[in-house]
Design a protein around this ligand. Structure first.
Ligand code: GUN
Length: 281
């Protein structure tokens, strides 16, 4: 059994990005990411802080906007429009969720697809589906990167994705399909979830229920990827997978914390780097 070290892998990727950023800077291009946070959601504050830190580490300039909860949709749209038109801005990230009075879809659609380093804009989602060049969503792309770097074979394997969100489950299934896996998407209406999961060579758990996946859900020798960021009964951070109970049945498993989470940020840095390299086109 191998524990997949997302922290180490994300560090490797950030180092690769840092080298490339240094080269771009020598050529006169300074990559820049605009990070926008609206309101005071504590989890979002942590994510945004970590994203800005990763920018600092990789040498990407970050433009930070911490806007009050009562920011209007119009104000936010105006800021996005300004950033869309700034030639020194390569990526625009609006941290989700947004306050209820702001329409997330409207905001996502307002970001130029060329600066949509989250890969949430319908143009990028569509291009991903077709297999054309686009920004890939950071969490599922980070998972593919982890599986590749650990030599997990996907071609011809059965992959089961549990969860069907637009941010993780659906794009995850598409990227696994692109790797020639046979993909099943399960969700709250799946009739026999246990049966589906026990057939999975690769299991992606993304449902947001602490320690839900116990050994009865796991095929012997499976690679198990845990996207959960949950709290257990003692308020301790844990994933959707009961790590201790399940680990000895797996060939590969990601821990929480230190698995998928850090990869999301590393891939965001990679997307921003790619975007800035397009300035030369
Ligand atoms: N909220 C939860 N995950 C994400 C993410 O990957 N990007 C943004 N912008 N917001 C999120």
């Amino acid at each position: 059994m191998t524990i997949i070290d997302g922290k180490k892998t994300s560090q490797d990727i950030k180092d690769e990005v840092r080298d490339e950023v240094a080269k771009l800077k020598k050529g006169g291009v300074e990559p820049m990411l605009a990070v926008i946070l609206v309101g005071e959601n504590p989890a979002s504050q942590v994510y945004v802080r970590n994203k800005k830190r990763a920018c600092e580490y990789t040498g990407i300039r970050s433009l930070s906007y911490e806007l009050p909860e009562n920011t209007t949709e119009e104000e936010l749209l105006k800021l996005i429009d300004e950033l869309n038109n700034r030639s020194d801005c390569d990526g625009i990230l609006v941290q989700l969720p947004l306050p209820k009075h702001i329409d997330e879809k409207k905001i996502t659609n307002a970001i130029s697809p060329k600066k949509d380093v989250d890969g949430f804009h319908p143009v990028n989602v569509g291009n991903m589906l077709i297999g054309d060049e686009c920004f890939l969503p950071c969490t599922p792309h980070g998972i593919i990167e982890l599986l590749h770097r650990y030599g997990v074979v996907l071609d011809g394997k059965k992959a089961v994705v549990v969860g069907r969100s637009n941010i993780v489950g659906k794009p995850m299934a598409m990227l696994l399909l692109r790797e020639n896996a046979t993909v099943t998407i399960c969700h709250s209406h799946t009739s026999d979830l246990k049966k589906e999961c026990t057939e999975a060579d690769i299991l992606i758990a993304a449902i947001g229920k602490p320690k839900f996946f116990t050994p009865e859900y796991i095929k012997n020798g499976a690679a198990v990827i845990d996207v959960g960021m949950d709290r257990d009964e003692n308020g301790k951070l844990c994933g959707d997978v009961d790590f201790e109970a399940v680990k000895d049945k797996c060939s590969f498993i990601t821990p929480v914390p230190g698995g998928v989470g850090p990869m999301t940020i590393a891939m965001l840095m990679q997307n921003t780097l790619i975007s800035s390299s397009h300035r030369m086109r």
